[in-house]
Design a protein around this ligand. Structure first.
Ligand SMILES: [Zn+2]
Length: 238
């Protein structure tokens, strides 16, 4: 996520602890679903769909129009649909629960960094216990990474640092299972799974607005993503 934005928003919202625990208690189910991904068949579409809890944020026509206008300004074409995603971008949310992340994304407010609409969001979030929530279908664009929202699915994580997620096996395994399923579904290679902090070096990076050019955030740097991708590789090819 946009780190600075979330720090500001999460601080402003003051979400009670535990409000978002809806999906965090499902690590066992998620683990069971994931175990099926450990031995992908040689045929190709092997990754099993993990247990995903639908918790869609409001995304009415107004927000779609705003997303299309954002895309026009930043990528050159008026579009809100995400077709043929090329990347999966990994974030941490600077938030302590999926509920806190949901509460940041649901209201369609201008972001605090640039004052633009639509409000920021990600497609999925992974809780500290391994529960997975779906906020937005991956067929719709979300604002989660400057320069790549026209090609990228975003996955947020409950946590406050890369190490938080990398050191929580239930959360990391759920994340890997979700990423593997998504990348196999959309034909995204492992090097198309990047950290937010790696955004500027992506070959898909495009930014027309000089105010936004060169902007990235610190979440999931290259060293952390080398570990994440190494673990992802262990799940096998699609
Ligand atoms: Zn981020």
């Amino acid at each position: 996520m946009r780190k600075a934005i979330l720090i500001a928003l999460v601080a402003a919202v003051v979400v009670p602890a535990g409000i978002g625990a809806v999906t965090d208690g499902d690590s066992q189910k998620a683990a069971a679903a994931r175990s099926a991904t450990a031995n992908p068949a040689a045929s190709g579409t092997a990754a099993a769909r993990p247990e995903i809890h639908k918790r869609l944020i409001p995304y009415p026509k107004k927000r779609k129009r705003e997303m299309a206008a954002y895309s026009k300004r930043h990528y050159g074409a008026y579009k809100w649909r995400l077709r043929n995603p090329k990347l999966i971008v990994i974030h941490y949310a600077v938030a302590g629960s999926i509920g806190a992340i949901y509460n940041t994304f649901a209201p369609d407010n201008p972001d605090v960094e640039f004052g633009e609409l639509p409000g920021v969001c990600s497609h999925y979030a992974v809780g500290g216990g391994g529960g997975i929530a779906k906020f937005v279908p991956p067929s719709i664009r979300c604002r989660h990474v400057v320069g790549l929202n026209h090609v990228a699915i975003g996955i947020e994580h409950v946590g406050f640092s890369d190490a938080d997620i990398l050191n929580r096996p239930a959360q990391l395994n759920a994340s890997l299972g979700l990423t593997q399923w998504l990348r196999c579904r959309f034909g995204i290679p492992i090097d198309g799974v990047i950290g937010h902090n790696e955004s500027l070096s992506s070959p898909y990076y495009k930014e027309l607005d000089p105010r936004f050019k060169g902007q990235t955030h610190g979440d999931f740097n290259h060293a952390s993503m080398e570990m994440y991708r190494a673990d992802l590789r262990k799940l096998g090819s699609c």
